[in-house]
Design a protein around this ligand. Sequence first.
Ligand code: FEO
Length: 167
Amino acid sequence: MKLATKLQTALNDQLGLELVSAYAYLGMAAYFQQSPFTGFAQWMQLQSHEELAHAQKFFNYIGERNGKVKLQALPEPQSDYKSPLQVFQTSLAHEQKVSAAICGIYELALAEKDFATLSFLKWFLDEQVEEEKTVGEMVAKLEMVGDNRNGLFHLDKLAAKRGDRIA
Ligand code: FEO
């Protein structure tokens, strides 16, 4: 079952996008590291780790299908933001872009009748639903508290609970 060239290119592009994601979240973690928001910093570090794991899944899958991995240069990530809300809004927009990219590969795999790749992509479709939900909820909470210091302190503690997994 040979991997179609078009599909191999799309899988490599996604491998690149997952690495870009890991780097983007590390940039966000760097921003929070310079702030009092240690919980948000942990959240972004965890997110960066998860993106590396996603990239690894694409790397391995291309190899399992006897495809050729092609790595691409990573752009410098943004590490200056105005507020936690702006960071999470950026994260949400990024995840929506990733979801669209996964759907694009899914469409391509469908057109190529590559059922193994469709099966592989199923995990990512589910993961994107979860990621958009988690980040979207944090955006909504940050919008709700605005500049209220107590509210921000509480949300930072909440973010730390998720980040505890790598602490
Ligand atoms: Fe791997 Fe957050 O997309």
